[in-house]
Ligand binder design. Sequence first.
Ligand code: FPP
Ligand code: MG
Length: 295
Amino acid sequence: MLGQIVQRIEQFLAQVQSADVERMADSLGQGKMLRSKLILAICPEHPQLLDFCAIIEMIQSASLLHDDVIDNAHTRRAHASINHAFGNQNAIMLGDVFYAKAFLELTKLDTKIAQLVAHSVMELSRGEIKDVMASHAFHADTARYVDIIQDKSASLIIASCAGAAMLARLDPQAYRVFGLNFGIAFQIMDDLLDITQPKEVLGKPALSDFKEGKSTLPYILLYQQLDPPNQERLQACFKNTDEQALAWCVAQFQTHGIVEQTLEYIRHYAHIALQAIKGHSALEKVASSLIEREF
Ligand code: FPP
Ligand code: MG
């Protein structure tokens, strides 16, 4: 089924009638298709299922194309990012093409689903603005962190799950709660992997969040447990690309048991997510397998 979604995306992009778009889209490739996996678990069959998944994946790709320009990223999905390979202008415009084509196709779906998805893109963009604003200085505010990832990461997951529930004629409310909490858990896990995994696993450089100016949960928890001189030292590591500074952070994570504490947060949100859809075994299975990535 995932292969059919990739084909549907290719069909949509072919309709744009631009060899440049197809060439750049080829080098972008596909990610884990997390949102499609959730959608398929919620709604295994519907005449518009492939279109819905393709639309969601194209919006996700559009947001990453723009995000890589904002973050000046060099790698995405283990390859050179589009901004790095083809320049910022092309990355922005390719993102616009993905976004516009996805919305054109979205207008062919039920209005309620279209509104749901449009609303989530508004939240996604609002979240990215919050993220950029927050990147100017380190902060150790857990509520602010959760608020940002709720917009930036959970919003499109909520729309995917609630939209799939609507297609399947299920009550979307439980799937909204699931999407919100699963989305938060998933992003925290992503932020944890950034500090625990090497670049070969991540498909992008390790420890890049702090270098990019992201105050993620592991750093927030660490800051809250350091004494004032070491808090200052941690702040000096923010946006610092110096290997020694990062090595000091890694050692501090170990000393203070930050990985385990971050895992507790992931378990907390994952538990709320799973409680909301208790008994929906296909979704429980997919969600658990997605959350149990390598630590
Ligand atoms: C990745 O964050 C970024 C997002 C999940 C959202 C980005 C959203 C926009 C740029 C809004 C524009 C939206 C559209 C549809 C055009 P990250 O930098 O923390 O993750 P990363 O490590 O994967 O880059
Ligand atoms: Mg980024």
